[in-house]
Design a protein around this ligand. Structure first.
Ligand SMILES: Cc1cc2nc3c(=O)[nH]c(=O)nc-3n(C[C@H](O)[C@H](O)[C@H](O)COP(=O)(O)OP(=O)(O)OC[C@H]3O[C@@H](n4cnc5c(N)ncnc54)[C@H](O)[C@@H]3O)c2cc1C
Length: 603
């Protein structure tokens, strides 16, 4: 075999794999103007889709980064899950409404994974065409063969799979977004991928179904003792659905070498076999399957790595974890890994991190427990819908309907947890979250570090007379490539004369200009437009950083109450989780936290 070496090149980050996680990370690094490359071993983005569900939290992240539009334009929104347990009485299914989800996007968005990747690649091209620096194309037909980590760089050997030309890439950091069979993960001794392959085997088929029980705005599932059958809409107009069917149980346990997550091409079920199996299970209902686009078999693996980082090498997405597709979390979990990692890499590469190791380690400390939880949650849900032992089927057929009917809140909570809508990080698990206890010791509800941001309505003061309605999430869209430092004022106004904390905010801003955007949130009644000092943060080049809320809801959501009577600072990270929240009494604690976290601008 021909093997030619081209010259060495230096970059900051090499992303291995252009699945949804790799291309999302590429968009992040492009936004942070990091010098990176992204390589992908196959020739083009595949035409079939594994993941469908883009979860509400992921939609919020895409929205924050200006990537949302094509997802809402072309994805299919589903409003409910319809669960049929009795095929002789299908008109009375259990319905789970998705409108109760804890998100601005309270629906399930179904979008083919290959389309998700396409949209994210298009967004990269757009960034390139807007002449942002350092925005490369995805390099297809480029496979990572091996790599070696040195003290201050990584040497990766990649091969062009068409020409067989090999190239050494020298990078500061390598991120493996290369799926369950990850070359990056296998490249380091001691990196394990422990777990199990479940005995159940499954089929999926993307087919046309025309039946009144199966609707394009809902996911329909038959939960039966023989195993579940689910039909998830793929396209609102064409009656096409992703059919997922449990086809059997095997006693054979596969080894680590046969991890499929995953699709395997062995022993494909045919359309006729699938039709027969479904006819038998749900008779007298007849779902006619037509025009298959893709049929495949898969087995479920539940595995997680022991580490997410080793020195200069990271892994994200399926390379780090895989689990049951029930709950549709794999791609979402991976995109959120990348979201967590990207701003940390950017801070380190720009020399803005006070403690490089602490910051980079926090990626694993924050994301590993999330991966573990998803594996457990989806594993439990899978057991509940597939188990055919007496207890599980009793719980499913007798207890679950009662829960759904009489205790919907419990079901909503489980659903929100399964979909990661309630995800917060725990301050004790991460060294970069401020462990703050208010000095006063009084009862207070100040939001804690590690919590995800809250949305709410604001008025933007755009001139002496115009107030524009805006949401907190709109504000984060323009600030979240840096940290956002919010001063929640109470009744003291927003000028330095009447509120000394304005000076404090400006002081912190001056120290951390490169990493923090300051904003002030006051409420109507206290602040008159005439009080507003215009352009206090002029260097930022933004028109205004002062917002007023009408109903005092946002203050309360962040735990700043009139009863407690203290103003507060809340520092929000670029990934929209809170880094620190302190009352005005304790602003020194915020300053010493910042000292340990970010590098001052003038250093
Ligand atoms: C049936 C099914 C349904 C699913 N449904 C959902 C769902 O609804 N929602 C959800 O969130 N998730 C779902 N998932 C899971 C989801 O598909 C995965 O979690 C997702 O693909 C992970 O993305 P990734 O980018 O980490 O890995 P991948 O998508 O596997 O991408 C990895 C990429 O790396 C490339 N690569 C590998 N090795 C190398 C190398 N050495 N050099 C260069 N490139 C390399 C590969 O070619 C590939 O393109 C489902 C999975 C299955 C099987």
């Amino acid at each position: 075999m021909v093997s030619l070496f081209k010259e060495k090149k230096n970059i900051d980050v090499l992303i291995c794999g252009a699945g949804p996680v790799g291309v999302f990370l590429a968009n992040e690094l492009a936004d942070f103007e990091i010098n990176f490359r992204i390589i992908e071993k196959v020739e083009k983005n595949p035409e079939f889709s594994k993941a469908l569900l883009v979860s509400p939290r992921t939609l919020e992240i895409l929205d924050n980064r200006g990537l949302l539009h094509p997802f809402l334009e072309y994805g299919v929104k589903i409003k409910q899950f319809s669960i049929i347990q009795n095929v002789h009485d299908p008109s009375n299914p259990i319905k789970i409404e998705l409108s109760s989800m804890n998100s601005n996007f309270s629906f399930g968005l179904m979008n083919r994974q290959n389309k998700t990747v396409d949209y994210l690649i298009d967004a990269l091209h757009e960034k390139k065409s807007m002449r942002k620096k350092h925005v490369p194309n995805v390099e297809f037909c480029m496979e990572l063969i091996k790599y070696e980590e040195k003290d201050d760089h990584v040497i990766a050997v990649v091969k062009n799979t068409k020409s067989n030309v090999e190239e050494e890439i020298i990078c500061q950091y390598l991120v493996g977004c290369d799926g369950v069979h990850s070359t990056v993960r296998k490249g380091i001794n001691g990196w394990t991928f422990e777990g199990q392959t479940l005995k159940s085997s499954w089929a999926l088929a993307d087919v046309e179904i025309d039946h009144e029980l199966v609707k394009y705005d809902q996911a329909t599932s038959f939960v039966l003792n023989e195993g579940p059958i689910a039909a998830i809409p793929l396209d609102a107009r064409k009656n096409t659905y992703r059919l997922v069917v449990k086809i059997g149980d095997e006693n054979k346990n596969e080894t680590n070498d046969h991890v499929t997550h995953g699709l395997t091409n062995k022993n494909h079920i045919t359309l006729e076999e699938l039709q027969k199996l479904i006819d038998e299970r749900i008779a007298p209902i007849k779902l006619e399957l037509k025009n298959p686009v893709w049929i495949s078999n898969f087995k479920i693996n539940e595995r997680i790595v022991n580490r997410y980082r080793t020195g200069r090498v990271f892994i994200a997405g399926d390379a780090a974890h895989c689990h049951s597709p029930l709950g549709g979390q794999g791609m979402n979990l991976g995109i959120q890994d990348a979201h967590n990692l990207a701003f940390k890499l950017a801070l380190v590469i720009r020399d803005q991190a006070a403690d490089v190791n602490k910051l980079l380690d926090s990626y694993e400390h924050e994301r590993y427990p999330v991966g573990k939880n998803v594996i457990e949650g989806t594993g439990f849900a899978t057991k509940m819908v597939t188990g055919n032992d007496y207890i599980t089927s009793f719980l499913r057929t007798r207890i679950a309907p009662i829960l759904f009917h009489f205790f919907p809140q419990t079901v909503f909570k489980f659903q929100n947890n399964l979909l990661q809508n309630n995800l917060n990080y725990l301050p004790e698990s991460s060294e970069i979250l401020h462990k703050y206890k208010p000095r006063s010791g009084a009862e207070n509800q100040l939001i804690e570090a590690g919590h995800y941001v809250q949305d709410g309505l604001l008025m933007k003061i755009t001139s002496h007379k115009v107030h524009e309605r805006i949401t907190m999430f709109d504000v984060f869209r323009s600030t979240a490539l840096k940290h956002t430092l919010i001063l929640f004022t109470l009744n003291k106004g927003v000028t330095s004369d009447c509120n000394p904390l304005i000076e404090t905010l400006l002081e912190i801003y001056n120290d951390y200009k490169n990493t923090i955007t300051p904003i002030i949130i006051s409420y109507q009644g206290v602040v008159q437009t005439a009080d507003i000092p215009f352009m206090p943060f002029q260097e930022e080049g933004r028109e205004q950083h002062i917002f007023v809320e009408c109903k005092f809801e946002l203050h309360e959501k962040y735990g700043v109450t009139k009863e407690f009577g203290q103003q507060a600072f809340v520092l929000i990270r670029p990934d929209l989780y809170i880094a620190s929240a302190v009352f005005e009494d304790d602003v020194d604690k915020l300053k010493s936290f910042l000292d340990q976290y970010l590098v001052k601008a003038d250093r």
